[in-house]
Design a protein around this ligand. Structure first.
Ligand code: G6Q
Length: 552
């Protein structure tokens, strides 16, 4: 197999880059005002303006050729066909089956997965309906008022992000709580606010072996039993979502209260599966299905659109252009919408866990950069914090601006301020502010010639900082579903070009085992084994502090 750096398009891009690195977007817009029309794509309720990038038609042609040579069309087909593209775990990556609203068969190991996908969806809907309607009663026959989701990583971030993003669609009686951290303060704070008679715990874990989740779930169960004083009541207040029926039963949750999913659903891609149960509980079946519809619409576009008019492919290629050629080590996600405040964290996991790898599919080390560091926060807050570095720092960090066009639901005047800021930032990042503009401005302010020359270099902005603008026609379940699927596919395309497996996560697995020995040492069930001098000293300090604290 050709390695990426030997592909003809890769080499052609390097030679193109020797010219492109000196272009300024201000001149590109000056000579080609139509680019705003051409570098613009609308799909599944989303509009992407990618004209504020350091590209020309030729750059795009070469990038598309790279995608072709790297086998992107074949890999897209392989994913939708259900091939085991997660080669290190010998699994398919079939989150697309979970939202396959057309219901066309998708076969894994000789079996069409759609009937079981539909069965679980129907069970989720029945259960969500019972809880939402008040038919499902707690042990003192009261309806549920609080849902506590216990899970971490992929079993937390997706449901949490969506429940926050779509709060205006939420059931008014149900308060949602998410516990992921094993630091007991998170659980303590929630348990202080909820009542055992009216709380439903949803324990979410693909493996049902994750230490943090099981510890939180056990503590919640003890808290509950202490109040209910009846083991039989657990069935009305604890449900599980997992692929591991035995472990769920061992924990003490009746498998009748378990919602299943499968090993071909990766944790970070699992919000479409039963892991989305808290989403369905909060938003209801109709909205959950609308979210699946939005994602399915993006899936169809991704599968069928030509590469040059394919939104996820274009976003992926722009990322490749900056990461591999300009050396951009990070990428900013900045929603101008408070409801999307957890979106950067969600995309951070999706991208960094999928493509934060250095071994190619053939087991050889890669000789090029892969996933960037993904970071960000709501844009309007970012403007008053980290945007300084984006404007004048030494790093190039491409930015995705995200907002909803629809101002319904916003208080008068607020939405315009929000979007005015977002558009203005995109413009400033692109144009910058040259010495002449600054000079005029300072002269108008009446600065002396000496003062002006001293201040001028600090107030110059180079601009030429790339950004994409993504507008949702409305922040609703359909558009959010499409937006998430867009990023999932963007990440998959980049992984394909980098020739890495985007669907395993050995670094996360390592973390799950590392703490085990030290946990036993800290809890005193074993002696201290040989560690490096620093780690041993830290363990001893912990013991010494706790001896002192308990002697007080
Ligand atoms: C996701 C990762 C990881 C995982 C958590 C929780 O793709 O594998 O974030 O979701 O480690 O794992 P469990 O769901 O098995 O508890």
């Amino acid at each position: 197999m050709n390695t990426l750096s030997q592909l003809p398009a890769w080499r052609a891009l390097w030679s193109h880059f020797t010219r492109a690195r000196d272009w300024h977007m201000r001149s590109l817009f000056g000579t080609d005002p139509d680019r705003a029309q051409r570098y613009w794509i609308e799909q599944s309720g989303l509009t992407l303006d990618y004209s504020k990038n350091r590209i020309t038609d030729q750059t795009l042609t070469l990038l598309i050729e790279l995608a072709r040579e790297a086998g992107v069309p074949e890999q897209i087909n392989a994913m939708f066909r259900g091939d085991k593209i997660n080669t290190t775990e010998h699994r398919a990556a079939l989150h697309i089956a979970l939202r396959n609203r057309s219901n066309t068969p998708i076969v894994v190991d000789g079996e069409d997965v759609m009937p079981k996908v539909n069965d679980v969806l129907a069970r989720m809907s029945r259960f969500a309906h019972a809880v939402r309607s008040g038919e499902w009663l707690g042990y003192t026959n009261q309806p549920i008022t609080d849902i506590v989701n216990i899970g971490i990583g992929g079993s937390d971030l997706g449901p949490l992000m969506v429940c926050q993003a779509l709060k205006p669609f939420a059931h008014p009686r149900l308060s949602m709580h998410f516990i992921s951290n094993v630091d007991s303060s998170q659980l303590k704070e929630v348990l202080r606010r909820v009542h055992s008679e009216t709380t439903l715990f949803v324990v979410e874990s693909k493996t049902f072996t994750t230490h943090e989740t099981l510890t939180n779930a056990h503590t919640a169960r003890e808290w509950f039993l202490h109040r209910a004083q009846d083991e039989a009541a657990v069935a009305r207040h604890f449900v599980a979502v997992s692929t591991n029926q035995q472990a769920v039963a061992d924990f003490g949750i009746d498998p009748a209260n378990m919602f299943e999913f499968w090993d071909w659903v990766g944790g970070r891609f699992s919000l479409w599966s039963a892991i989305g149960l808290p989403i369905m509980l909060s938003l209801g079946e109709k909205n959950f299905l609308a979210m699946l519809d939005g994602a399915h619409s993006m899936d169809n576009h991704f599968r069928t659109a030509p590469l040059e008019a394919n939104m996820p492919v274009l976003l992926a290629l722009l990322g490749i252009w900056y990461i591999n050629f300009f050396g951009a080590g990070s990428h900013v996600i900045t929603p101008y919408d408070q409801y999307l405040h957890r979106f950067p964290a969600f995309i951070q996991q999706l991208d960094m866990e999928s493509n934060g790898k250095q071994t190619a599919r053939d087991g050889q080390p890669v000789d090029y950069e892969t996933a960037p560091i993904i970071w960000g926060d709501t844009g309007i807050n970012g403007q008053h914090a980290f945007f300084q570095l984006l404007h004048q720092g030494t790093h190039i960090s491409p930015i995705d601006f995200i907002a909803s066009l629809d101002r319904r639901g916003s208080l008068p005047g607020h939405h315009e301020i929000l979007l005015a800021n977002m558009f203005a930032q995109g413009e400033a990042f692109m144009r910058g502010k040259g010495a002449e503009e600054v000079r005029d401005e300072l002269e108008d302010q009446g600065l002396s010639a000496e003062e002006l020359e001293a201040l001028l270099p600090f107030k110059v902005f180079g601009g030429n900082r790339p950004s994409n603008t993504l507008l949702l026609s409305r922040l609703d379940p359909f558009c959010l579903g499409a937006l998430i699927a867009l990023y999932e596919h963007k990440i998959f395309v980049q992984g394909t070009i980098w020739n890495i497996n985007s669907f395993d996560q050995w670094g996360v697995e390592l973390g799950k085992r590392l703490a085990k020995t030290i946990f036993d040492e800290l809890s005193g069930t074993t002696g201290i084994f040989i560690h490096d001098a620093s780690t041993s000293r830290l363990i001893q300090l912990y013991h010494a502090s706790n001896r002192t604290a308990s002697a007080r």
